[in-house]
Design a protein around this ligand. Structure first.
Ligand SMILES: Nc1ncnc2c1ncn2[C@@H]1O[C@H](COP(=O)(O)OP(=O)(O)OP(=O)(O)O)[C@@H](O)[C@H]1O
Ligand SMILES: [Mg+2]
Length: 261
């Protein structure tokens, strides 16, 4: 469905962040991308969504293809319209001063059909916690509710492929579990999901396949269940290793040299 081929992206002409990353998203799956802070995960999603230019970034090599057609020259609105690809950014973009209902309506601004009202009800069925808050200002909602609203707004665009950037950030474990249950349901309803996460355990548990990204390239990939068992993934991303090393970074470098280079 979506393939990223040897992609190189730099910011401000000099800061090289994606260094030849390649990965494949298959239709109907939940694809998980994990990696340390600064690995380039957000940059990857921004680039796929056609938004890297807004951040002074450029693609200097490689390609991004949807169903074998290059999309790297398209702008974000075109990508969204032609391919029903919607990106939910890391910082939960909602309108604080609008109510939950108004936020959902606002998210459908580009639609001209008359199904917006029914779609709103359908979207709210995925997020029962939002129902009693419909007429409350979104800014007063909790972090978890705001994240659900951000995803709900994305659903109002009728995505076929949804890019989620760290939806569990700052959420309590129970809320994360609930949210990931909803993400799984959305996937079952036919939406392909690309899930970028620090919470590798929760993400791999609902994912089909996963990629581990370090310094702008893929260092490991496989079935989600295999990655959950992988020794390096367990040590660095699931915190389950036996290593007594205090420095995460040193340990990482050491392992990388040992195993992946
Ligand atoms: N607009 C920008 N201009 C310059 N450098 C940037 C810009 N945006 C990101 N970077 C740098 O690019 C690198 C990768 O950032 P990115 O946000 O893609 O990483 P990430 O994997 O999403 O990290 P995190 O897990 O912290 O969200 C970082 O070193 C960051 O400082
Ligand atoms: Mg990020």
């Amino acid at each position: 469905m979506l393939s990223i081929e040897n992609l190189r992206v730099v910011y401000h002409d000099v800061i090289s962040v994606l260094n030849g990353i390649s990965l494949e998203v298959k239709e109907g799956e939940v694809l998980v991308i994990i990696g340390a802070n600064g690995a380039g995960k957000t940059t990857l999603l921004r680039t796929v969504a056609g938004m890297i230019g807004f951040y002074d970034g450029d693609i200097i090599d490689g390609d991004i293809k949807m169903n074998d057609v290059s999309i790297k020259e398209l702008d974000s609105a075109d990508i969204m319209k032609r391919y029903n690809l919607t990106y939910v950014m890391e910082d939960r973009p909602i309108f604080n001063y609008l109510t939950i209902d108004e936020n959902l309506k606002a998210a459908a601004y580009s639609r001209w059909d008359n199904k917006i009202k029914t779609d709103m009800e359908e979207v709210l069925d995925y997020f029962p916690v939002l129902k009693p808050l419909r007429n409350k200002k979104a800014g007063y909602a909790s972090g978890g509710e705001q994240q659900m609203l951000a995803i709900g707004m994305a659903l109002m665009t009728k995505p076929k492929i949804l890019l989620l950037d760290e939806p569990s950030l700052g959420l309590a474990p129970l809320i994360t579990e609930e949210l990931f249950g909803i993400i799984r349901k959305l996937n079952k309803s036919g939406i392909t999901i690309v899930l970028v996460e620090q919470n590798a355990y929760a993400a791999l548990n609902i994912g089909n396949r996963g990629y581990v990204v370090e310094m702008g390239r893929v260092v490991l990939d496989g079935e989600a269940q295999e990655l959950l068992k992988n020794e390096d993934v367990r040590e660095f991303y699931l915190g389950a290793g036996e290593s007594k090393r205090k420095s995460y970074k040193d340990a990482k470098r050491y392992k990388r040299r040992k195993r992946w280079l």
